[in-house]
Design a protein around this ligand. Structure first.
Ligand code: GLN
Length: 402
């Protein structure tokens, strides 16, 4: 029998399974490989500057790396507790009081997960049942819709409104019914860079008041709000916090997307259900990273305190560099993404345009249509600016000539 060492199954067995069509009965028939993987691979293949997938090209803080090495070398290599290392959950609880004035019970309301992607998935599986409806806003981060479908639920895609990618709360009200189980919000917003206001959260709270509807609040870019704005977390909102899963990512905050470390804060009863899923998705997350992050949070709070200024500088620098280009844009209010309209440059659709730009011109970006259930006609792409200034300069040199 032939054996394929990569698959770990015999080639013969694989062939038999394929013939029985098991692989054709897809639970996600319309899903392909994510746009982030596609564009990063293309950037590599064509040796293009990669402003597509969101990750920094600079490293995480040296002080954090040293703590990671320390715990890796000092016997923190076995399973962490299912809910997360206690020291880390306590540091998270302290930070949430400090930032949002929200006092959470570290033992019953905070869970460490393997990335925000896992936390989003767990919250959806824990809450959404067959035929439940989940409202989300396009352009929407790509993992929400498939996670809802895998739970047997029905994604209801509403469009953010122009100008500024705002939620139309009247439209939301018109789509709420007895089957609505969850509303997913994301602020600061990937890909548009818009942010929700306190008035937005009030509008959401009044719509779900006295209803069995939960909020999944994706706040992974919490520390990247610019121009003196404040991040409006659901944890700051007395009413919403009682019905929300709030999701945060250490990957974004500590420039360490590859670690896949995050957490979810939710009321105890919701957390109990969340953990029932978490314990069978990953059970627990990497132990030495948790100890290291806990120490770093305690010793170096200045890191996240200066993050908004750090990324605002990058946004301003990138926007200044491409100001004289033919791209049209409004500077992002948050995140490390900048959307631009390229209709003065090309008539190509956005996928064809980023393919051309990556392959022929040497700069990769993300087409905005990837974030829509039914993409609009507009010609908009997303650049990621969490890059060294030299990378931004090299990219802008090319972009100015388009
Ligand atoms: N969140 C990142 C982005 O928007 C990508 C994450 C991923 O590759 N799945 O670019």
């Amino acid at each position: 029998m032939l054996s394929d060492p990569c698959l770990g199954v015999s080639a013969l067995a694989f062939d038999r399974v394929a013939k029985e069509d098991v692989y054709l009965r897809s639970k996600l028939p319309h899903v392909g490989t994510t746009i982030f993987t596609v564009m990063s691979k293309m950037a590599q293949q064509y040796n293009a500057i990669n402003l597509s997938q969101g990750f920094p090209d600079f490293d995480c803080p040296q002080d954090l790396q040293e703590r990671v090495s320390f715990y890796l070398n000092n016997r923190r290599n076995q399973y962490a507790p299912m809910t997360g290392v206690a020291e880390l959950r306590q540091q998270i609880a302290l930070k949430l009081i400090d930032q949002y004035g929200c006092r959470l019970d570290a033992d019953h309301e905070i869970t460490v997960t393997s990335g925000a992607t896992e936390a989003l998935f767990d919250a959806i599986q824990a809450t959404v049942s067959r035929d439940d409806e989940v409202i989300m806003f396009d352009p929407a981060y790509d993992s929400y819709d498939p996670a809802v479908r895998l739970a047997g639920g029905k994604p209801v895609h509403l469009r953010l409104q122009q100008p500024g990618y705002q939620i139309d709360w009247q439209q939301v009200a018109e789509h709420i019914n007895d089957r609505t189980r969850m509303i997913i919000i994301n602020s600061p917003h990937n890909p548009s860079g818009s942010v929700l206001s306190a008035a937005d959260l009030d509008a959401l709270a009044s719509l779900i008041r006295n209803r069995d509807i939960y909020v999944l609040s994706d706040e992974v870019y919490e520390h990247m709000v610019f121009d003196g704005g404040q991040h409006e977390s659901v944890l700051r909102h007395a009413e919403l916090r009682e019905k929300s899963f709030a999701v945060f990512s250490f990957g974004k905050t500590y420039h360490a997307t590859g670690w896949k470390m995050a957490f979810c804060a939710a009321p105890a009863a919701m957390t109990a259900e969340f953990r029932k899923v978490h314990q069978f998705v990953t059970f627990t997350s990497t132990s030495f990273l948790q100890y290291a992050i806990a120490d770093f949070m305690r010793d170096c709070p200045q890191h996240h305190q200066q993050l908004a200024a750090f990324y605002q500088q990058k946004r301003d620098y990138f926007c200044e560099l491409i100001r004289d280009s033919r791209f049209v844009f409004t500077p992002s209010a948050g995140t490390y993404f900048q959307c631009v309209d390229y209709s003065h440059i090309s008539d190509l659709d956005d996928v064809a345009f980023v393919n051309w730009m990556t392959q022929e011109k040497g700069v990769a970006a993300i087409p905005l249509s990837a974030f829509y259930e039914s993409p609009p006609e507009s010609r908009v792409i997303r650049f990621c600016f969490c890059k060294d200034n030299s990378t931004l300069e090299q990219a802008a040199e090319i972009l100015r000539r388009l």
